[in-house]
Design a protein around this ligand. Structure first.
Ligand code: SAM
Length: 355
C-alpha cells in the first residue's frame, strides 16, 4: 500500500483526529512504515494514546510483516473498541451540551432588559460586589442600582441634604409608580407621563419640596395633586398620617390602590379639588401641592397648623416654588425658592379670584 493510499484511508477514520498529523510526523521519522498501514490506525485507537503509539512507532521494526500480524491479531476487537469509544464520546458530548443549555439558558436576561435604566456614572467604576446570597431578579437589581445613582447624583449631588428624605427615597420603588413601559426610566432625572396629560414629578423636585416642608415623625400631611402617589409615599415614610387629594378620578383610584398594595397604610387618598384642602382632616403640619395655581389658595393657608409648612408652585406663565410657614402667632412668612414648571391647578383655582 502506497503512502498516498494510506493517507487517504487515514482521512476516512473520523474518530482519529490528528492522525494525519501523526502520519506526517511519522513521515519525518525515517522508515516508520508501520504508520502507513491503515490497520495500524486501529491499533492507535485501541491503545488510546496517540503519542504513546507514536513513541512505539519509533522503536518498531520497519517491516510490513509486523503490521500485518498486528492487524490479524487486533483487527476485530479493536474496531469494537473504536465503536465503543465513539459511543462514549457521543454520550459525553450530548450530556455536556444539555447541561450547558440548562445552565446558560436559565441565567441569560432577556435582551430588552439588558439596557440599564440610567447610564452608569462615566468617571466611576462601581465596586465589585459579592454575589447576593438571596436570588435577586435581574430587573430588581437594576432598579436598586438606578435608585442609588439617583440618590447620589441627582439628589445628594445637588442640595438635598436631609438624611431622612434621602433614606426614604432610597427605599421607595419608584418604578411601581409609573406605567410599565416607562419603568426602565423611572429613576431618570425628569418628570414622566402617568397618563391623562399628567406627570410624576422629577425626583429632585419631590426631594426638594419634601426637604423644604421638614416633615417630622408625628406630623399630619396633606398632599394636593396626588397623581401617581409617589409624593404621598415619600411623606408616608416621614410622617404619621398622609391625606392625598387628586382631582382626576382614575388617577385617584389608581394611586389609592397602588399605595395600599405597597403597604402604605397611613395614607388615605380621595378624589376631589385640592384647592379647598381637606377641612375634615385639618390642621396639617405639612402641605405639599404638585399643581400650580396663580395664587396661594386661602383654604390651604387656613388649614396649616401653627408652625406648619406649605410648599407650592405658584404662577400662570412663569412659576416659582414658594415656602409658606405659619408662625406660632398665626402670621404667614413666605419665601420664593426656585423657578419651576408644574401642570396648572385645575378646578376652582382657575375661577377663584386672585388674592
Ligand atoms: C405633577 S402631577 C402629580 C405629581 C404627584 N405628586 C406624583 O407624585 O405623581 C399634578 C397632579 O395634580 C392634579 N391636580 C391638578 N389640579 C388639581 C386640583 N385642583 N386638585 C387636586 N389635584 C389636582 C393633576 O391631576 C395631577 O395628577
Amino acid at each position: 500500500m502506497g503512502n498516498a493510499e494510506s493517507a487517504a484511508k487515514i482521512g476516512t477514520v473520523p474518530m482519529l483526529h490528528g492522525l494525519s498529523n501523526h502520519f506526517h510526523r511519522c513521515q519525518q521519522v525515517a522508515r516508520c512504515s508501520c504508520c502507513l498501514k491503515p490497520q495500524h490506525l486501529s491499533r492507535i485507537a485501541e491503545v488510546g494514546a496517540f503519542d504513546r503509539t507514536f513513541a512505539e512507532c519509533r522503536v518498531r521494526p520497519t517491516s510490513e510483516t509486523g503490521a500485518a500480524v498486528d492487524s490479524r491479531r487486533w483487527g476485530k476487537p479493536v474496531w469494537i473498541a473504536v465503536a465503543g469509544l465513539i459511543f462514549v464520546v457521543a454520550v459525553a458530548v450530548a450530556v455536556g451540551g444539555l447541561v450547558a443549555i440548562l445552565h446558560f439558558g436559565r441565567g441569560a436576561p432577556p435582551a430588552d432588559r439588558a439596557t440599564p435604566a440610567v447610564p452608569a456614572p462615566p468617571a466611576e467604576v462601581p465596586p465589585v460586589e459579592a454575589p447576593p446570597t438571596v436570588a435577586v431578579p435581574a430587573e430588581e437589581r437594576r432598579f436598586v442600582d438606578a435608585r442609588q445613582l439617583m440618590l447620589k447624583r441627582d439628589l445628594g449631588g445637588r442640595d438635598i441634604t436631609d438624611a431622612r428624605v434621602l433614606e426614604v427615597m432610597g427605599r421607595i420603588p419608584r418604578q411601581r409608580f409609573v406605567p410599565e413601559r416607562l419603568q426602565k426610566t423611572a429613576y431618570s432625572d425628569r418628570p414622566l407621563s402617568i397618563g391623562l396629560g399628567q406627570t410624576i414629578s422629577q425626583p429632585y423636585i419631590v426631594a426638594l419640596m419634601t426637604q423644604l416642608a421638614r416633615p417630622k415623625p408625628g406630623d399630619r400631611a396633606l398632599d394636593v395633586g396626588t397623581g401617581s402617589g409617589y409624593q404621598a409615599a415619600v411623606l408616608a415614610g416621614l410622617c404619621k398620617e398622609v391625606y392625598g387629594i387628586e382631582i382626576l378620578e382614575p388617577l385617584a383610584k389608581q394611586a389609592g390602590e397602588r399605595l395600599a398594595a405597597l403597604g402604605y397604610n397611613n395614607v388615605t387618598v380621595r378624589c376631589g379639588d385640592g384647592y379647598r384642602g381637606w377641612p375634615e382632616q385639618a390642621p396639617f403640619d405639612v402641605i405639599i401641592v404638585a399643581a400650580a395655581p396663580d395664587h396661594v389658595p386661602g383654604p390651604l393657608l387656613d388649614q396649616l397648623a401653627p408652625g406648619g409648612r406649605l410648599v407650592i408652585p405658584v404662577g400662570r406663565f412663569s412659576q416659582e416654588l414658594l415656602l409658606a410657614e405659619k408662625l406660632p402667632d398665626g402670621t404667614i412668612r413666605r419665601r420664593s425658592v426656585i423657578a419651576v414648571s408644574f401642570v396648572p391647578m385645575t378646578g376652582e383655582a382657575q375661577s377663584a379670584p386672585r388674592k
